[in-house]
Design a protein around this ligand. Structure first.
Ligand SMILES: NC(=O)c1ccc[n+]([C@@H]2O[C@H](COP(=O)([O-])OP(=O)(O)OC[C@H]3O[C@@H](n4cnc5c(N)ncnc54)[C@H](O)[C@@H]3O)[C@@H](O)[C@H]2O)c1
Length: 339
């Protein structure tokens, strides 16, 4: 019998990529997702029925979670269920509080109960570099103070604090990971890179916030998932691990790279050019992680070069036309976070 792992938020971008990796690693996976607007069954459409089970469930449903944990006795629970779009958190912060803070509280309560009897299960809580706020110079390590700028980042920071407080107070076996900006196949086109690809494919100008100089540490999603697997295998309970590529690019550079890569595969329309638009309020200038800890202690390093990763990403969207069709158009083109 294969061992069970649980992934919450498995119909989303990173969760669906992680499920594919865990199945390849010979585990049986249970995907818990509340099927929100950012979920997509297309992301897991080709999975074999064997060793994979989907359960529609909100992480706020403590009773149902306790039952799923009890029946499946997982080796680990990877928590990726969250509201994730910064712009959306500016327009409608409430859902971020409900899923990212109250949801994690309920998940922790369910997990705490489960742990009393089943001591082997680990909780791996997936978080973001955005909790550190603007890093104008240098790179933030795991000891850096949390200074979140957006309601999204603040809700994730709260959830990280909740998890570490439960480790300290209730002795639950949990680990927190903070990763930098992911890109790759299956990401909702409300986010920068798939939005730029959608516009390139549809001959629409490429909207870039402010002066285009906001810098992010971009990591290919498969590298992130690989790091999460190493954390599950070798990570130390109660620890935080940064996960990054150590490579920063600003939004202008990303748009230029995508125009260049796509021009090698399709004929670009006349409107495919950068268009600067009003910035989002509170937009952090730069995030950058110091990932020495995971590099040295877990012997993990990100391996995908940005040009290869962007090429793979572009080709996936080009070859999966139906993906964009499965998403309501206003979720792709509507500008959010523009107060
Ligand atoms: N995308 C990134 O660049 C990035 C970087 C670092 C960390 N993260 C973190 O990784 C996790 C996954 O991010 P993503 O980009 O895959 O997000 P996503 O928006 O693509 O997917 C989130 C999934 O969670 C589900 N979900 C939301 N609220 C839920 C709830 N209350 N109960 C059950 N399911 C719920 C959604 O339906 C969706 O399928 C998040 O916690 C995010 O903060 C993301």
């Amino acid at each position: 019998m294969k061992e069970n792992l649980i992934v919450t938020g498995g119909l989303g971008f990173i969760g669906s990529n992680l499920i594919k990796l865990l199945l390849k690693k010979n585990f049986s996976v249970i995907n818990i997702d509340n099927v929100s607007y950012s979920s997509n069954f297309y992301n897991l459409k080709d999975l074999p029925k064997k060793n994979y089970k989907f359960i529609k469930c909100d992480i706020n449903n403590k009773k149902k979670l306790i039952n799923i944990f009890k029946i499946s006795k997982p080796l680990a629970i990877f928590n990726l269920a969250a509201e994730t779009h910064v712009d959306r958190s500016i327009d409608t912060p409430k859902s971020f509080i409900e899923s990212n803070i109250v949801g994690v509280f309920n998940l922790l309560e369910a997990f705490r109960k489960h742990c009393k009897k089943f001591k082997k299960t680990k909780l791996i809580h997936i978080s973001t570099d955005e909790v550190f706020g603007d890093i104008i110079k240098g790179r933030s390590n795991e000891d850096y103070p949390y200074r979140p700028s957006s309601p999204y980042a603040a809700s994730k920071a709260s959830s990280d604090h909740l998890v570490s407080s439960y480790v300290r107070t209730f002795n639950i076996p949990a680990i927190v990971t903070n990763c930098s900006n992911n890109y790759g196949p299956q990401q909702h086109p409300e986010k920068l890179i798939p939005k730029l690809i959608y516009n390139i494919l549809n001959n629409i100008p490429l909207p870039i916030y402010g002066d285009g100089k906001n810098s992010r540490e971009w990591i290919f999603v498969e590298d992130h998932c690989d790091a999460l697997f190493q954390v599950f295998k070798k990570g130390k309970i109660g620890e935080f691990y940064n996960i990054g590529s150590n490579k920063n690019y600003n939004n202008f550079e990303i748009a230029k790279k995508l125009i260049n890569i796509s021009s090698q595969h399709i004929k670009l329309g006349n409107d495919v050019k950068i268009k600067y638009v009003k910035d989002r309020p509170g937009h952090d200038k730069r995030y950058a992680l110091n990932s020495d800890k995971i590099n040295k202690k877990l012997l993990w390093k990100s391996s995908t070069d940005i040009n290869n990763g962007l090429k793979k990403t572009f080709l996936w969207y080009l070859n999966n036309e139906k993906y964009f069709k499965s998403i309501k158009k206003f979720h792709i083109i509507k500008r959010l976070g523009n107060i």
